[in-house]
Design a protein around this ligand. Structure first.
Ligand code: C2O
Ligand code: CU
Length: 443
């Protein structure tokens, strides 16, 4: 029986607080309800989520509900709402229509607010979820701190332009706001681990000491079949749910990120984020079926392209805005009509990786560099390797308003690799808006 939808309410306070990332190692974090990550929001498919936020920071903020197909007015961008100024209260209210692993994060002055901890997980459950013995939500982050455990100033102008070029990647490695987290599991059991990459720029290649694990879900919920791998790239903004285990009683292994060369000036290295300790064996009730669900294809691989989006980087490093969409920065893109299938060719002509994120709608990758992808999935964030091209298909359903897409390396987004566009209801006349001026504060 379907559960009756209910209203799930949370009160959030955004504030500055001290957070212990390791015993005796405290940072001055920014976040929600003095927790890092913020509280886990949880609801069933169809429920209404209400999050009332009081801004007790000294600067304005907004919250974006990454991956949720909500009305445009609740999307948390400055295209759809006024900033929540210090001292103000704002109520977000929306239905959560899809099961999966989602997250929320600041969508104002993100390079600072997200880096300091303004993010958390949003989990939507459904009775079709596979049965597991337990679950862990694991938010990946890193922070760039100085010797006094203070955030270094965000690099924007030379000589810190490297941070602007590569994204802000730190060497304080966190899972759920903790360094060297220890995760306890039982032998013989299988758990669902929901990974969310909430870092500004880090490419995380999940590795569990070489053990095989099964990918069961990504951004827009379950895959069609579990996929067995030993490593898995999770780029900023992406989610990957895995079935972890069964493990052997008494064993210990690391959760690592393998080296990934995203072609920046940073040296790719293999790094340890956490340790898993396998305790006493317990009986299992877990069942991961071979068929998790059916995902109907939205379009054929050769579907006619309706829009081309080119991501590029000006090779010079200077103080200007050199991260581009279609040779421009902070773009106002053309509108799309409700109900008209979108087939977008997104190409990356630069020599570095970019995770492409579309707000408010899931897409299917129907082609990557001329080939059909290995498996079908609902995505909202997808990595584009250097000099690569994807074709994505998505359907603007009846949620008119202003939306956006951007690179989820937060510094690239801020440096111009973003666009807004309207979804318009074709039954109503469309009035073109003057270009919105996107203002970014760089301190
Ligand atoms: Cu998670 Cu506009 O982003
Ligand atoms: Cu980028």
């Amino acid at each position: 029986m379907k559960k009756q939808p209910i209203v799930v309410e949370y009160n959030f306070e955004a504030s500055v607080f001290n957070w212990e990332i390791a015993p005796g190692k405290t940072i001055e974090a920014w976040g929600f309800n003095k927790q890092l990550p913020g509280p886990v929001l949880r609801a069933n498919v169809g429920d209404t989520l209400v999050v009332r936020i009081t801004n007790n920071l000294n600067e304005a903020t907004t919250i974006h509900w990454h991956g949720i197909c909500l009305p445009a007015s609740m999307d948390g961008t400055d295209g759809v709402q006024k900033h929540i100024e210090p001292g103000e209260v704002f109520e977000y209210r929306f239905v959560v229509p899809d099961a999966g692993t989602f997250w929320y994060h600041s969508h104002t002055n993100e390079t600072v607010q997200m880096e300091k901890g303004m993010y958390g997980a949003l989990i939507v459950d459904d009775e079709t979820d596979p049965v597991v013995d337990d679950e862990k939500i694991l938010m990946i982050d890193d922070m760039k701190l100085n010797d006094n455990n203070e955030f270094t100033k965000p690099g924007w102008f030379l000589p810190r332009a490297i941070e602007r070029h590569d994204g802000r990647q730190g060497n304080t490695l966190l899972l759920n706001g903790k360094e060297n987290l220890v995760i306890n599991v039982h032998g013989g059991q299988t758990e669902r681990w929901r990974f969310i990459n909430s870092s500004n720029a880090r490419y995380f290649v999940l590795h569990l000491g070489g053990k095989a694990f099964r990918i069961i879900a990504t951004d827009g919920g379950l895959l069609e079949h579990p996929i067995t791998v030993t490593e898995l790239l999770i780029t900023p903004g992406e989610r990957m749910d895995i079935a972890a285990g069964p493990f052997t009683e008494g064993e210990t292994f690391a959760i690592e990120s393998l080296a990934y060369n995203r072609m920046t000036m940073l040296k790719a290295k293999r790094e340890t984020f956490a340790t898993v300790k396998v305790g006493q064996n317990k009986t299992t009730k877990a069942f991961i079926p071979e068929r998790l669900r059916t995902i109907e294809p939205l379009a054929k691989q050769d579907a006619a392209i309706t829009r081309k989006i080119k991501l590029s980087v000006d090779p010079r490093i200077r103080n200007g805005k050199d991260f581009r969409i279609n040779d421009s920065t902070h773009v106002n893109d053309k509108p799309v009509m409700v109900g008209e299938l979108q087939v977008w060719e997104v190409s990356n002509t630069s020599r570095m990786d970019h995770p492409f994120h579309l707000h408010g709608f899931f897409f299917q990758v129907i082609e990557e560099n001329g080939k059909a992808p290995a498996y079908r999935a609902w995505k909202d964030t997808y990595n584009l390797k250097p000099k690569s091209t994807i074709k994505i298909a998505w359907m603007p359903d009846n949620r008119p308003g202003t939306w956006m897409y951007h690179c989820h390396i937060i510094e690239h987004h801020a440096a111009g690799m973003m666009a807004t566009f309207d979804v318009i209801d074709g039954s109503k006349p469309y009035v073109e808006k003057p270009p919105t001026h996107t203002h970014h504060h760089h301190h």
